[in-house]
Ligand binder design. Structure first.
Ligand code: AMP
Ligand code: GLY
Length: 426
């Protein structure tokens, strides 16, 4: 089968790496890909927002399946575009329709969906310019801290946790009246603050059946001890040590099952990943957010632990046969540590040569490229999050130590990584 995988991060390298191991021997194209994906298939220079160019490529190469890595093409309707085009409608699409992608693309949509299906989540109200004054009054009487969320996609920056009322009202004004996040913050969700520990679960659904993949926890802050600015993710661990079978059973019963039943009841066209960000408050799970794709760097720990053939899962998803799949997992811990460009998530330089990559892979560690690019016979940095090293171990500490050992053999100018991934499990 000929597959086109859309995206260029560590997530896409992990997906391509896993697909390449399939006994079904898929031919893999990655657009635009990175220096790592080029080892798993053929990189193609395509813009993810140019659906016509993606169409022309799929027709020319007789692509049979498209796997959409990031959320943006999904929120812009790439699945609908393929479904509605006679030349493309036979192609298997892994990802939800535009309507389904609102679970990530609109916080207000996701909150209303959870309300309709009794899925536990923080209490909330929704405001825009039409009820702005009511919003200010509401904020003034809200308990602290107050969580403000831009309704739409805001590159991971749209959630602001305010410690006092003055700050909350100032942010609220910036978002609604001054377009702080453009269109995305025309509507704002004001949410109760939930105090607990976070983790994420990953589900694959064909719109009716589902399978649950290994859970993971990511580390979003740039600094050790979870200090400093938010990033796309500096590392991840799976499984999550504080999660036991009883808690996972509760998550399945209270959150996963009602979510998939909700998708089915509302006739939402959804064949793809559902990434559910959770917070565990005492022993109870609450949904913080849905994403309509896999996480990055969570994919880099989830897929290495998955023993199943990913190709088989994708085909079963496309054909509505996920009930036939039984997930099998490696019991070991997988941890990943992300190497980033100095200065990220603020300003940084790129184009530095990465040395030592060829010495890195061994039986227990895998290097997944993120922002890397080939330049003649070298590999150079091409963005903020450059690559990550995933290792297996008998504990979080053991796996992280192995990744750090591999990282000590790789270098580029101003390379930085968090040395404390998984610190709370040491
Ligand atoms: P998101 O962009 O939706 O992933 O949210 C970013 C981060 O904000 C989450 O990872 C949580 O740490 C935090 N967060 C979001 N909603 C809440 C909430 N209701 N209570 C506490 N923390 C939250
Ligand atoms: N690592 C968080 C995300 O992919 O959204």
């Amino acid at each position: 089968m000929k597959i086109l995988l859309l995206g260029s991060g560590g997530r896409e390298h992990a997906i391509a790496w896993k697909l390449k191991q399939s006994p079904l021997k898929p031919v893999i194209f990655i657009a635009p890909g990175n220096a790592g994906t080029a080892e798993c298939g053929q990189n193609v220079s395509l813009s993810l927002s140019n659906f016509e160019a993606i169409k022309a490529f799929c027709v020319k190469e007789e692509i049979e399946m498209v796997v959409v890595g990031p959320e943006e093409p999904l929120v812009k309707g790439i699945v609908d575009f393929f479904r509605d085009d006679e030349a493309l409608s036979h192609i298997y699409m892994i990802g939800p329709s535009q309507f389904g992608a609102q679970l990530e693309g609109s916080k207000a949509f996701a909150k209303a969906f959870m309300g309709r299906h009794n899925i536990p989540t923080a209490g909330y109200r929704e405001f825009d310019a039409s009820n702005y004054e009511e919003g200010v009054h509401y904020l003034n009487h809200h308990s602290l801290p107050i969580v403000l969320k831009a309704d739409g996609l805001a590159a991971g920056k749209g959630v602001i946790i305010c410690q006092n009322h003055v700050e909350a009202i100032a942010e609220f004004e910036l978002m609604i009246q001054r377009n702080k996040f453009g269109e995305a913050s025309k509507t704002v969700v004001v949410e109760e603050f939930l105090d607990g520990i976070e983790l994420s679960v990953f589900v694959m659904t064909d719109g009716k059946n589902y399978v649950v993949l290994p859970e993971a926890k990511d580390y979003k802050r740039i600094g050790e001890g979870d200090k400093g600015l938010n990033t796309g993710g500096m590392g991840a661990v799976s499984p999550v040590p504080f999660v036991d079978d009883d808690f996972l059973a509760l998550v399945e019963e209270q959150i996963i099952r009602p979510t998939i039943e909700g998708i089915q009841k509302e006739n939402i066209e959804y064949k793809g990943f559902v990434f559910i960000g959770l917070i565990k408050v005492n022993e109870e799970p609450f949904v913080i957010e849905y994403n309509c794709r896999m996480g990055d760097p969570e994919t880099e720990v989830v897929l290495p632990r998955l023993k199943n053939d990913l190709m088989e899962i994708f085909i079963a998803t496309a054909q509505g046969r996920l009930n036939e799949i039984k997930i099998e997992c490696d019991e070991r811990y997988a941890c990943t540590v992300m190497a980033v460009s100095g200065g990220y998530p603020g300003e940084y330089e790129k184009g530095f040569e990465i040395e030592g990559l060829e010495t890195a892979n061994d039986d227990e560690s895998i290097v997944f490229h993120a922002a890397t690019r080939k330049a003649y016979d070298t590999v150079i940095t091409n963005g903020g999050r450059v690559f990550c090293v995933t290792s297996f171990g008998d504990s979080v500490v053991d796996a992280v130590a192995k990744s750090k050992k591999v990282l000590s053999r790789i270098s580029f100018e101003n390379m930085y990584f968090r040395g404390d991934i998984g610190y709370e499990f040491a």
